[in-house]
Structures are given as structure tokens and as C-alpha cells.
Design a protein around this ligand. Structure first.
Ligand SMILES: Cc1cc2nc3c(=O)[nH]c(=O)nc-3n(C[C@H](O)[C@H](O)[C@H](O)COP(=O)(O)OP(=O)(O)OC[C@H]3O[C@@H](n4cnc5c(N)ncnc54)[C@H](O)[C@@H]3O)c2cc1C
Length: 522
């Protein structure tokens, strides 16, 4: 890494301009996982550029009461940094954030971090064959750009008349305002997705009145409660194989749920019965139950797990408004059915800019075309990782990588291995650039859409979910298959489908090579 110091004219603040072989954007699971494996492969010439003041991504930003993961801890963690100390089967958010802080130290990533550096613009310089990344902290130049900017990093704020002029406290769940004490207040929670079902029971405990605005009910199954005793944690620490077995069991159990996403009737019936049973046991009032019962196939939106969510609606201080928030006047929040509620605070659990991620607006190819423009009908990438027209760019946890049934960390690690192999190949053959051919990308994407057509996300009877791009109707967020299938298909870089510019400057199709090593399965 080379560093040059200069002073900006506007701010008078000291800025650092640096050059590194590899620039990673984002310090969540994706960016940290990539950085850790680069170091383990003996590559030190990289920077991790992060807009916030600390690592962690999702788990740094989502500090709302009740924040927790719905993928079991021993799988929602890196295979190379397993943690015997998880407190239970599922982990609260702060524990995961703590884990990521530990991984950062253990893997020696601190010196590579450039915090408080928002990527404002990343441009491919065709002449220099370098990425020039302009940030709020300085300009970084690199041969490779790897995005780890997340799907759920930028809160989506609804455009509701009067909301901006609301006279009380208002914030998004991912930007919780801890200065506001909601105890004894009249609180509205807007939305009933993954964050809301964790926030709602917590708010019900402290608010004098809680109104939940529900546009679409969620399918909610019971949550497994299984704390790990001190003895079990000691066993995991002493006997790594026992911890690996726990991880393997969780993985295959999760994989078995994929049948639901393929709408296999028996599997759908099972999850439906499980969720309806959860609802029936918790809510005796049939009218309330009807309002909480979804009309779309389970899995089309994320199937959620909670033992606390449904019972909350039996409380005297909780009202379910079974319609969307449509307007705010002064301190009155109105549902689509015209009913108004006096509130002191509004908590927006309204999701994230997932289908059209803001980071894509900041990335430009050699001709000045933005990635957002390239993705004007929906995100797409070859092997879910590289994008035609954008040389030496790799996206981790980008298009068609999310899972509804298993751990994203598994997908992230598969992509990290793919990228490492691509870098090795380029080094071994003296390749200056790597970029997928457009027909290869189109064919890959067409196959994904074909597969998705018979999944719960796109079948009739589905729902409006953020996994689907509203402009094309394509499934752009989710990988519509088993997680192990992702790794089998995309866990190695073979060169197939890629164009490369060699040392002599000629662009040629890359020859396909068999992977040198088998990827570990889990
Ligand atoms: C509330 C919540 C709960 C979740 N629960 C689960 C769960 O239970 N199970 C599950 O599998 N997944 C869950 N997820 C999804 C979660 O995002 C992923 O599991 C995982 O954390 C993604 O890691 P990542 O590194 O890809 O992205 P993130 O963790 O989102 O990290 C992206 C990083 O990139 C940075 N960044 C973005 N844009 C820029 C820019 N322009 N310049 C510089 N830095 C930038 C961000 O600040 C952030 O630090 C949840 C997400 C949310 C929001």
C-alpha cells in the first residue's frame, strides 16, 4: 500500500490518497470475510473502505431493541472463525457485532481498514486499468474493486404525505435513536417484516399504547429456544469436531427447508400448519387471527420465527391496524382504511433499498456508464459475482445471492473463494483484466430466471417482495436453489465465460480450467 497525504481545499481537512492492489468496499461479513481470506492467502495489499466509523455492517447499524439473527449462530459465522461461545441457538445482534469485532482483530484486519470513508464514486480508468475510488476521506486507486456493500444497508423511507412534518419522534429501525425514551409514549410501528416482529414485542412492553400498521401479514413460525450451557460451550471449545457437527446439522436442516421455496406441496403444507398453529395457540380472537393470517404462499416473503410476536396482539395496549400507513397529519397517523391514531413516536420498519442499491449509482465503467444504468431492469451478474462491462469488479452478496432458507455467510464464503481463485489465475498468467462476456452473463441470468419461475417468489399466488425487481419482474436478490448448489456452481473460478486482457494488451476468451482443489462443503 502506498500513501500520499494532502490537504483538501474545501474542508481544510487532511485527506489520504492511497493505492492498493485490491479495494474492498464495506466492512460487514462480506468485506471482512474477503479481507481475512486475502491475508490467509498471503495477500496484504488491500484496503477495506467503510463509510461508518466501525466494522459490522448490519450488526453495527441495527441496534433496535430485540435485534437478533434468524439463522442459527453456529452457521451464521465464518467457517474459518468458528465461535464456541455463542450463547444460544440463535444469537442477539450485539453478540454478532462483538463476534465481527473479534474477527477483525484476530484476522489482523485493523491496519487495512479505512473507516469513515463513503465511496462517493468508483470509476474504471480504461487507460490505466485501475479503479479510482473517490471517498469522503480521500481517493483510492486499485487494480481490483470488490463490493461488499450489502443488500440491506440503506434504509427505505416511505413517501407518505405528512410524514416529513410529523410533530413527534420518528426514526427507522436501522437508525434507532437511543436518545429518545419511548417509555410511556404512544408509539406506532410501521411494517410487519423481519425487523418489526422483533421490535413490536419490545415496544409493547414499554409503550403506553402501541399501534402496528400492517400492510401485509407475515408467516411466523415458532422460534427454537436453546441456550448453550457453559458445559456445552466448553465442549465446543475443547472439541472442534463437535462444534463442526453442530454446524453441519444446522446446515442440512436449513437446506431441507428449501423444498418449501420450490413450492413442494407437502413442504408448503408443513410450514403453513406450523405457522397457523403458532398463531392459533397465541391468539384466541378469531377476528384478530384472520387479520394476522397471510394470503400468499409462505416463503414468498421471508418466513419469520418468533414466540413473542403473536401474543403481543392480545395485550390491552396494542392495536393491530390491518392496513398501511397512508397519511400523517400533525400527530395523527392514518391507516388506508381512514382510521387515525394519536401517536408520540413513529418507528419505521419499512425495509431497505434492496432491489436498486444506492452503491450501484456510484460505480462507473470505462465509458462513464453507471452500474445502476447497466442494471436498469434489475441487478444481474455472471456467476452472481462479476459484471459484464465492468473489468476487475467483483460483487459479494450482490445479485442472486440472498437465501430465504440458509446462511448468507455460506454464500459469502463461496464467493470469496471464487474471487481468490480469479486473482490467482490473473497473477499466474499475467492477465491485466478479467471481465465476463455479456452473452455468458445473459445466459446465466436467463437460467436463474427459468429456475425461479417455479419458485414461491415468482409463481402465481406469490406476493410483492423485495426479492423481485419491480421494473422487470425478475428475481434479482435471491439465489433460487439450494445453498450447496450455489457453492457447487459458483464456488470456484474456472475462467469459463470470461474475457481477459493479457500482458500484450490483447483481449481473449479465457480458457476453462478445472479447479485445483475441492471446496469444503460447509
Ligand atoms: C435488521 C436485519 C436483520 C437481519 N437478519 C438476518 C438474519 O437473521 N439472517 C440472515 O441471514 N441475514 C440477516 N440479515 C441480512 C444481513 O444483512 C446479512 O446476513 C449480512 O449481514 C450481510 O453482510 P454484508 O457484509 O453483505 O452486508 P452489510 O452487513 O450490510 O455490510 C455492508 C457494509 O457496506 C458499507 N457500505 C455500503 N455502501 C457503502 C459505500 N458507498 N461506501 C462505503 N461503505 C459502504 C455499509 O456501511 C456496511 O458496513 C439481516 C439484515 C438486517 C438489516
Amino acid at each position: 500500500m502506498t500513501t500520499e497525504t494532502h490537504t483538501t481545499e474545501q474542508a481544510g481537512a487532511q485527506q489520504l490518497d492511497e493505492t492498493a492492489e485490491i479495494l474492498i468496499i464495506g466492512a460487514g461479513f462480506a468485506g471482512l470475510g474477503m479481507g481475512a481470506q486475502l491475508r490467509r492467502a498471503g495477500r496484504e495489499d488491500f484496503l477495506i473502505i467503510e463509510r461508518a466509523g466501525e466494522v459490522g455492517g448490519t450488526w453495527r447499524d441495527n441496534t433496535y431493541p430485540g435485534a437478533a439473527c434468524d439463522v442459527p449462530s453456529h452457521l451464521y459465522s465464518f467457517s474459518f472463525a468458528m465461535n464456541p461461545d455463542w450463547s444460544g441457538f440463535y444469537t442477539p445482534g450485539p453478540e454478532i457485532q462483538n463476534y465481527l469485532l473479534n474477527v477483525t482483530e484476530q484476522e489482523g484486519l485493523r491496519p487495512h481498514l479505512r473507516l469513515n470513508a463513503n465511496m462517493d464514486e468508483a470509476k474504471w480508468d480504461e487507460q490505466a486499468e485501475r479503479w479510482i475510488v473517490r471517498t469522503s476521506r480521500g481517493t483510492y486507486t486499485g487494480r481490483y474493486l470488490i463490493t461488499g456493500t450489502g443488500h440491506l444497508a440503506d434504509p427505505s423511507l416511505p413517501d407518505i404525505p405528512g410524514l416529513a412534518d410529523f410533530e413527534g419522534d420518528i426514526f427507522h429501525s436501522a437508525r434507532w435513536n437511543h436518545d429518545v425514551d419511548l417509555t410511556g409514549k404512544r408509539v406506532a410501528v410501521v411494517g410487519t417484516g423481519a425487523s418489526a416482529i422483533q421490535v413490536v414485542p419490545e415496544m409493547a412492553e414499554i409503550a403506553s399504547e402501541l399501534t402496528v400498521f400492517q400492510r401485509t401479514p407475515a408467516w411466523v413460525i415458532p422460534r427454537i429456544v436453546k441456550p448453550y450451557s457453559a458445559a456445552t460451550r466448553r465442549k465446543f471449545a475443547r472439541d472442534a469436531e463437535s462444534m463442526q457437527r453442530e454446524r453441519d446439522d444446522i446446515f442440512w436442516f436449513a437446506e431441507s427447508a428449501y423444498a418449501q421455496r420450490r413450492a413442494v406441496p407437502a413442504a408448503l403444507a408443513e410450514v403453513t400448519a406450523n405457522a397457523l398453529g403458532n398463531l392459533e395457540r397465541a391468539v384466541p380472537d378469531p377476528e384478530l387471527r384472520a387479520k394476522l393470517t397471510p394470503s400468499y404462499m409462505p416463503g414468498c416473503k421471508r418466513v419469520l420465527s418468533s414466540n413473542a410476536y403473536y401474543p403481543t396482539f392480545n395485550r390491552e395496549n396494542v392495536t393491530l391496524e390491518a392496513s398501511a400507513l397512508t397519511r400523517v397529519e400533525g400527530t395523527t397517523a392514518y391507516g388506508a382504511d381512514g382510521v387515525g391514531y394519536e401517536v408520540d413516536a413513529i418507528v419505521l420498519c419499512t425495509g431497505f433499498e434492496a432491489a436498486q442499491p444506492p452503491f450501484a449509482e456510484a460505480i462507473f465503467d470505462g465509458e462513464g456508464v453507471s452500474l445502476a444504468n447497466h442494471w436498469s431492469t434489475g441487478m444481474s451478474a455472471f456467476d452472481s459475482t462479476a459484471v459484464s462491462g465492468f473489468p476487475n469488479l467483483f460483487a459479494i452478496n450482490g445479485p442472486n445471492t440472498s437465501l430465504g432458507h440458509n446462511s448468507i455467510v455460506y454464500i459469502i464464503e463461496s464467493q470469496v473463494q471464487y474471487i481468490l481463485e480469479a486473482l490467482d489465475r490473473a497473477d499466474a498468467e499475467g492477465l491485466r483484466t478479467l471481465v465476463p462476456a455479456r452473452p455468458a452473463e445473459e445466459e446465466y441470468v436467463a437460467k436463474i430466471q427459468e429456475r425461479a419461475a417455479t419458485s414461491v417468489w415468482l409463481m402465481d399466488g406469490g406476493c410483492n417482495s423485495w426479492y423481485v425487481d419491480p421494473r422487470s419482474g425478475n428475481l434479482t436478490l435471491i439465489w433460487p436453489d439450494y445453498a450447496y448448489d450455489f457453492r457447487a456452481r459458483n464456488g470456484h473460478f474456472t475462467g469459463a465465460g470470461f474475457l481477459s486482457r493479457g500482458a500484450d494488451g490483447t483481449v481473449r476468451p479465457l480458457t476453462e480450467q478445472q479447479p485445483k482443489a475441492e471446496a469444503t462443503l460447509i
